[in-house]
Design a protein around this ligand. Structure first.
Ligand SMILES: C[S@@+](CC[C@H](N)C(=O)[O-])C[C@H]1O[C@@H](n2cnc3c(N)ncnc32)[C@H](O)[C@@H]1O
Length: 264
């Protein structure tokens, strides 16, 4: 009997994609953009006695930012190469209050009510079941604590086109939700006192493509769609040309939400 080719799971695709992306992701200045990191900190208002969990922490950029302020941070991610980069970044920044763990965030390996602040940035659109992860974030959040969710949120009418081009550009992309869908998902878990912010994150198309490893046969189609976005905004990414290079903006939303002090 012939061996059937093994079906690639979504987790395999995440690990394969983010093993390639680990170094370029960390090096891309936009991901360490101080304006965005300041927004993250301002909205979640960390204090020294907070214990922070960074869910799908990647190369640890956000975890390291919190570690400058709070007592202790844990970062967890599925991709070992990302955790390796996170350890380098921690050493570079001479931070001693972070622990890293390789693991799947759809079942967080922590007890109920373990953390006072739980963050996740740019991760939910890579997950097949983001709702399950927010349920887990609720479970491990201490009563009175909060979560911060940061992700790309395309406008409702552009959502299909946005997800189509993003899947071509990055095969590990699952689905970006709209801001309303994301906020409702957070509210549906029982979180209260929601506060939000938004950011248009500027990107250079060529440098993003070269750090996200799309299937080479899709590159022309990706460029064609971004070109079309310049004249007709079909993707909701406000693409434009500068010095003959294509730029666009990721529509980013930030949502902070509190777990009630007493269960309701
Ligand atoms: C775009 S990166 C974002 C990294 C980081 N949060 C940041 O903002 O700098 C997405 C990360 O999600 C991780 N990831 C995706 N699915 C995951 C899962 N099920 N469990 C844990 N990590 C996951 C990937 O390995 C990758 O490091």
């Amino acid at each position: 009997m012939l061996n059937q080719p093994r079906k690639i799971s979504h987790s395999d695709s995440i690990i394969s994609q983010f093993t390639k992306q680990a170094v370029p992701f960390l090096r891309m200045s936009q991901h360490s953009n101080q304006y965005g990191l300041n927004l993250v900190v301002k909205l979640s208002d960390p204090k020294y006695d907070d214990t922070v969990l960074d869910v799908a922490c990647g190369p640890g950029i956000v975890a390291c930012e919190f570690a400058k302020i709070v007592n202790h941070v844990i970062g967890i991610d599925l991709t070992p190469a990302m955790i390796e980069q996170a350890k380098h970044l921690q050493n570079e920044k001479d931070l001693h209050n972070i622990d890293w763990r390789v693991g799947d965030v759809s079942k967080l390996p922590y007890k109920d009510d373990s953390f006072s602040l739980i963050v996740t940035r740019y991760s939910l659109h890579h997950l097949i079941n983001p709702s399950e992860v927010i349920t887990e974030m609720y479970r491990v959040c201490r009563p009175g604590g909060r979560i911060l969710v940061v992700d790309v949120t395309p406008p409702e009418v552009k959502k299909n086109a946005y997800n189509y081009v993003e899947k071509l550009r990055d095969p590990s992309h699952a689905e970006a939700l709209t801001f309303i869908e994301l906020k409702r998902m957070v509210e549906s878990k029982g979180f209260i006192n929601i506060n939000t912010e938004s950011q248009d994150l500027e990107m250079n198309l060529e440098s993003l493509i070269s750090s996200s490893f799309p299937n080479p046969k899709n590159k022309d189609e990706i460029i064609r769609l971004f070109k079309k976005d310049i004249s007709s905004d079909i993707l909701g990414m406000k693409s434009y040309l500068k010095d003959n290079e294509k730029y666009f903006f990721f529509p980013v939303s930030l949502i902070v939400a509190y777990k009630p002090k007493q269960s309701i």
